[in-house]
Design a protein around this ligand. Structure first.
Ligand SMILES: [Cu+2]
Length: 255
């Protein structure tokens, strides 16, 4: 018991400890905008959580206080008087205000994540198909649809600390590209090229999941984002990508 009290006291004394404990409930964040996403997540969690507890307490109190008594008949209220109406209007107004508060807090985060992406020369085309992920790099000429494009199945290599642009496409059904550690989730819709971006802050291997039920093999639609330090990424490019064709293609265009 004393130990438990001490633990609680330590928690209360350490500023931010409660927040740190809660942070462990989420996958570790390795994205530059992940903190912003988590901030909105916790804001909604606390608002909805406290509202839920308050509503359940009122419900429980009412059930206990007005439980069936011998001879008592339940009253039928139509909400005719202002006092009765207030039970509906006041909570509805409070919920509206909380909603607007969440919208206000989330707007700047939405703008940062979904607005104009920071500039980058690293672009990866992500093709989501039943049932795997194909990652296409433009190759040394930096153009898609040319002979030096590089494709990789289910593994996406990216350098740490660099903005990466994604072009998401699907040839069949709707999928959703989800990397929990990057706090990135984006639907992939047939017939459209949807852009997204991220900047990873820590080297490591992070799971990709398809988070849109897309068919029998949906469960197996897994992949990895392999975030590498600059040297390791450069080595991967050296080993996997063809040599620069800039010289040969400019030579052939002259002919
Ligand atoms: Cu899928």
């Amino acid at each position: 018991m004393a130990r438990r009290v001490r633990l609680w006291r330590t928690c209360l004394n350490n500023r931010g400890t409660a927040a740190t404990v809660l942070d462990h409930l989420l996958p570790i964040n390795v994205s530059t905008f992940g903190g912003d996403i988590d901030h909105v997540f916790w804001l909604i969690f606390w608002i909805v959580g406290l509202w839920f507890i308050a509503a359940e307490c009122i419900l429980l109190y009412s059930v206990m206080r007005h439980r069936r008594k011998a001879g008592a008949v339940a009253a039928f209220w139509r909400g005719d008087t202002p006092r009765q109406l207030a039970w509906v209007l006041i909570p509805a107004f409070v919920v509206l205000c909380l909603d607007l508060g969440i919208d206000y807090a989330g707007a700047s985060v939405w703008e940062r994540v979904k607005g104009n992406a920071p500039a980058s020369n690293i672009v990866v085309r992500v093709t989501a198909k039943q049932f795997n992920w194909i990652f296409t790099y433009p190759g040394p000429d930096n153009k898609f649809g040319t002979a030096d494009d590089v494709t990789s199945e289910n593994d996406m290599h990216v350098p740490v600390g660099k903005v990466v642009h994604l072009e998401l496409e699907s040839p069949d059904v709707i999928h959703s590209f989800f990397v929990p550690n990057l706090r990135l989730k984006q639907d992939v819709v047939p017939g459209r090229t949807i852009r997204a971006w991220f900047e990873a802050t820590k080297a490591g291997t992070y799971e990709i999941a398809c988070s849109e039920l897309c068919g029998f093999g949906h469960y197996s639609m897994q992949g990895n984002v392999i975030v590498q330090n600059q040297a390791a990424y450069a080595a991967w490019v050296r080993e996997t990508w063809p040599r620069s064709t800039a010289a040969s293609s400019s030579a052939s265009s002259k002919n």
